[in-house]
Design a protein around this ligand. Structure first.
Ligand code: HEM
Length: 374
């Protein structure tokens, strides 16, 4: 149910059951996502507070306005317009991977696909891809810095801060260039020009939005592609079944999100004393919402630890729930589905040639290296 923990930095309450997770995420008036409530100082800095002046952290009317703009930009037609480019990127990465050599599935496959996509979606120069990859890798480590598990590593905090400053400068310059020379079809231009209720986003709001998309969308999707391959390796019978019936690709991707999602947990803060499953969480308490536990709740999912691509009514919570539910879910699905389908159609076997290297990270399943052979 609900487990209080008080190990490292800050006492916290851990929500594990599907029904409790639903309750927390559907009650924003009791459980806030506003990270400013986390307090000043080290914690706020480690979480790059200037980056968290964004949609996930926003509540009430501020969130409603940002989300309306996000929804208007992230229309299905906009996402679909990137499908041909994505198919090309996946084909090119497959061709490299199929040469028979051992390769790093994370850096030389999954990340190449997701960085190529976000670069195109944002309309950035393709030559900047290596830099964008470096930034997202650092921020991926940093944003999962343990708010509740352990003390923070000051070097990591400093690396995150410098990366944030570098990114802000880069995107500010780029945004000003786009405003002087507007274009069609990329997200930065769209966010800079979209109007809701007669108002545009301010420059700092556009910057926060763009950096949030990089942060929220990149490491997550990279890890999910990697995790799909890891599941093929862990469940060879299901892998054979999927190769025989690639129509099961999309349900298999949903099952990957359920069983081995890249986001394990998300944070909320209790706005008042609140009782959940018999435990009282005090006002201000940090509530850690375990999506990965809810997604294996045996009262909701039969054989919860099994990888069952043909699972019916797979109502996983991998993209969250309620008003902050993932804005980029359709884009993430398109990327992972295309990559998964290419792997199933073009490989007879995927072989993991070494154990994964996993970064110590409380919130994400952050795999930094996974040697493999196709
Ligand atoms: C929110 C998961 C990919 C953009 C969320 C949340 C989850 C999530 C769990 C809810 C956070 C909360 O309630 O505190 C994932 C996973 C992904 C993925 C597992 C990949 C497999 C993406 C992509 C983008 C994106 C590709 C955009 C390019 C966002 C945004 C929010 C969000 C903007 C905040 C929405 C709001 O606050 O209203 N995501 N995400 N995500 N995600 Fe994703």
């Amino acid at each position: 149910g609900v487990v209080p923990l008080n190990p490292g930095v800050m006492p916290s309450w851990h929500v594990l059951r599907y029904a409790d997770v639903q309750k927390v995420l559907l009650s924003p008036e009791l459980f806030s996502s506003n990270r400013a409530l986390q307090g000043e100082g080290e914690l706020a800095e480690a979480n790059l507070s200037f980056l968290f002046n964004n949609m996930i952290s926003a509540t009430g009317d501020k969130h409603r306005r940002l989300r309306m703009i996000g929804n208007r930009v992230f229309m299905p037609k906009f996402i679909e317009s990137f499908r041909p480019a994505l198919a090309q990127v996946v084909a090119a990465q497959m061709a490299r991977a199929l040469q028979g050599h051992e390769f790093d599935l994370v850096e030389e496959f999954s990340a190449q696909i997701t960085v190529a996509m976000i670069t195109r979606v944002l309309g950035l120069p393709l030559a900047d891809m290596p830099q964008i990859r470096r930034w997202t890798a650092v921020l991926g480590d940093n944003s999962g810095a343990s708010t509740w598990l352990a003390a923070l590593d000051p070097e990591m905090v400093e690396r995150g801060r410098l990366t944030g400053l570098e990114m802000t400068a880069y995107f500010r310059e780029y945004l000003r260039e786009r405003q002087a020379n507007p274009r069609e079809g990329d997200l930065i231009s769209a966010f800079a020009s979209v109007e809701v209720e007669g108002e545009r986003l301010s420059e700092s709001e556009v910057l926060s939005m763009v950096m949030l998309l990089l942060l929220a969308g990149n490491e997550t999707t990279t890890n999910l592609i990697t995790n799909f391959v890891r599941l093929l390796d862990a469940f060879p019978e299901q892998a054979a079944r999927l190769r025989a019936d690639p129509e099961l690709t999309n349900p298999a991707v949903e099952e990957t999100i359920r069983l081995r999602n890249s986001i394990r947990n998300i944070d909320r803060f209790a706005l008042e004393d609140v009782e959940l499953s018999g435990v009282t969480i005090p006002k201000g308490g940090l509530v850690v919402v375990w999506l990965s536990a809810a997604n294996r709740d045996p009262s909701v999912f039969e054989a919860p630890d099994a990888f069952r691509p043909d699972r019916t009514a797979n109502r996983h919570l991998g993209f969250g729930l309620g008003m902050h539910m993932c804005l980029g879910a359709a884009l993430a699905r398109m990327e992972v589905q295309l990559a998964a389908r290419a792997i199933l159609e073009q490989t007879a076997l995927v072989e993991l040639t070494a154990p994964p290297v996993v970064a110590q990270n409380a919130n994400f399943d952050n795999i930094t290296r996974q040697m493999a052979r196709f």
